[in-house]
Write a protein that binds this ligand. Structure first.
Ligand code: THU
Length: 160
């Protein structure tokens, strides 16, 4: 038996204003997107914004459905839109913010497992890491230098 240790390094910023202006702008775009989330069931609004290497910014918010599994998370809404609209562009950065309608969300909310797997697909496809920033409605912001860093042992197409 051999023990394998997997390490992840994240940067944690106390507040959004500690980040470079360009990242603040990207996060503010995600906050705007979050405000347009359609979340009547969970009352949990999530917004995502993506910066592409062609300088375009693509946004997404969670879109829920009365048939719950038919809804989609903000991150996948955004990344699928980016893939559909700008298939040749590389994804440089992604900002994510979440805010409950019931309580103050003051801790960073990371993308769910399914979203991590979906983002991983694009990171592998473009062979370039995607920087990911995530926060709640206020407070700390976490930065990951890549998606792989957030999803060790990810499933990839080479095994198919
Ligand atoms: N949600 C996201 O949009 N992104 C995540 O990474 C986690 C969860 C949404 C899905 C659902 O609309 C609501 O948040 C509660 O799960």
């Amino acid at each position: 038996m051999k023990e394998v240790k997997i390490e992840t390094t994240l940067e944690v910023y106390d507040a959004i204003n500690e980040l470079p202006k360009a990242i603040q702008d990207l996060m503010n775009t995600a906050i705007e997107a979050r405000e347009h989330a359609y979340a009547p069931y969970s009352k949990f609004n999530v917004g995502a914004s993506i910066l592409l290497d062609n300088n375009e910014v693509v946004i997404g918010s969670n879109q829920e459905n009365a048939c719950f599994p038919s809804g989609l998370c903000a991150e996948r809404t955004a990344i699928f839109y980016a893939g559909a609209k700008f298939p040749e562009a590389k994804i440089l950065k992604m900002a994510i913010t979440a805010s409950s309608q019931n309580q103050v969300t003051d801790k960073p909310i990371p993308p769910c497992g399914a979203c991590r797997q979906s983002i991983a697909e694009y990171e592998i496809k473009q062979d370039q890491p995607i920087e990911i920033y995530f926060m709640g409605a206020q407070g700390k912001v976490v930065k990951s230098n890549s998606l792989a860093n957030l999803l060790p042992l990810l499933f990839e197409s080479s095994v198919l």
